[in-house]
Design a binder for this molecule. Structure first.
Ligand SMILES: *Cc1c(COP(=O)(O)O)cnc(C)c1O
Length: 236
């Protein structure tokens, strides 16, 4: 079996090829290593392979891993990419650097109020329900402009952009559609006066499509750590 370091090398090469195809500089896409369900030792292996940005889905699991890897804390960024309930905002505001999954104003307000003054502003993305499925979390595209303006006005958070988890699709052309829609939504916000620089989109199965459509952050787990065994049901 390939090591985590070998998998990262292959993934980096895959990202480079996609950037080349998209006529984009390689450094225009950052890799967020998604570590959910994998132990702290695996995160450390990715760190030793040069990675510095890590994404967790579940608040408690993330907090535990951040504590286990406290010696690396000053050198890495921790991103929350999973659903966030309002009773968990304080610990997130105190522990993470980014939250990609903001889908309502109340959550952003609490994060802003609870962000400790000695830390830099918490970096936020709005999660958009770009494929329009009833089951998936995320704000509806039509509601994004008003939410973005309201979040932009909060003092202790900084709105950076948009995140989406599009429906799986088989062909590259089909994968590109929702990614293009998210990129267009970001461009529209910037035409309306915001200055957002982050498009968090693309995972193991669709990162080429995402990079072709302008992703600035791809969130990748499986290609680095292998398949996840499904976690037990638990609240975020
Ligand atoms: C699990 C997860 C990923 C990573 O997906 P892979 O297919 O394992 O690369 C990315 N983003 C979010 C929000 C996730 O929950």
């Amino acid at each position: 079996m390939a090591t985590i370091s070998e998998n990262i090398q292959q993934l980096r090469a895959r990202m480079e090829r996609a950037c080349e195809q998209a006529s984009r500089p390689v450094h225009s896409v950052t890799l967020l290593v998604v570590t959910k369900t994998f132990p702290a030792e695996d995160v450390r292996a990715a760190f030793e392979a040069g990675e510095r940005r890590f994404g967790e889905n579940y608040v408690q699991e993330g907090i535990d891993k951040i504590a286990s890897l406290a010696d690396l804390r000053a050198q890495v960024e921790w991103h929350l990419i999973g659903p966030l309930q309002s009773n968990k905002t304080r610990v997130v505001a105190e522990s993470f650097d980014w939250v990609h999954s903001v889908d309502r104003l109340k959550i952003a307000q609490r994060l802003s109020e609870q962000r400790p003054p000695e830390l830099p502003p918490l970096q936020l993305c709005l999660q958009v329900n770009i494929s329009g499925e009833a089951s998936k979390s995320g704000v509806a595209p039509a509601d994004v402009p008003a939410l973005a303006q309201a979040v932009e006005a909060l003092p202790r958070v900084r709105l950076r952009g948009l995140m989406a988890i599009p429906e799986p699709a088989a062909s590259l052309a089909e994968q590109r559609e929702p990614h293009r829609a998210l990129a267009e939504l970001l461009a529209a916000l910037n035409r309306d006066g915001l200055a957002l620089d982050t498009l968090s989109m693309g995972m193991t199965a669709d990162l080429e499509a995402a990079i072709l459509e302008g992703a600035t952050v791809v969130r990748v787990g499986t290609a680095i750590f292998g398949a996840r065994t499904p976690p037990p049901e638990r609240p975020a």
